[in-house]
Write a protein that binds this ligand. Structure first.
Ligand code: FAD
Length: 110
């Protein structure tokens, strides 16, 4: 928790029913006294994506539609970061399909 605040976080989500959110590093001590019982925590796995969006316009995207970095030769991305936005659902099959498509394009054009 301290690391998040040291890195500049304005809030840290604890997801415990007694302390859902920390607003300040001085509140971190509150997690030491939390109950550890069934149904106290909301657990989930975040799916990070869209940090190097593909697109046609270099001003609002990092790569072209096949993962090639705008303005660079021989540098490609083939992972979840290519999505133009978050899918809002489990992304793994789409990532595999996208990576396969881009790899096939790369092989057939080099
Ligand atoms: C707990 C959990 C459960 C999930 N469950 C599902 C699910 O049920 N269904 C679903 O669709 N998705 C699920 N996901 C999401 C899915 O696993 C990811 O979205 C997907 O694997 C991301 O693919 P990626 O290729 O972008 O990244 P990753 O799969 O993270 O691949 C990145 C690769 O790069 C390597 N790497 C990192 N740094 C370097 C470096 N410097 N040099 C060389 N290699 C490096 C890593 O070792 C890794 O192999 C889950 C994720 C988590 C964490």
């Amino acid at each position: 928790m301290k690391l998040y605040f040291a890195a500049g976080a304005k809030q840290v989500c604890v997801n415990h029913i007694d302390v859902p959110l920390l607003e300040d590093e001085r509140q971190v001590h509150r997690i030491d006294r939390l109950r550890i019982e069934p149904n106290c925590m909301a657990l989930f796995a975040p799916h990070q994506m869209s940090s190097c969006r593909m697109g046609f316009d270099p001003h609002i995207s990092v790569t072209d539609a096949y993962g090639k970095i705008h303005g660079m030769e021989n540098l490609y991305i083939a992972d979840a970061s290519l999505f133009p936005t978050s899918l809002g659902s489990n992304p793994q099959l789409t990532i595999m399909a996208l990576a396969t498509r881009n790899a096939e394009f790369l092989l057939s054009n080099n």
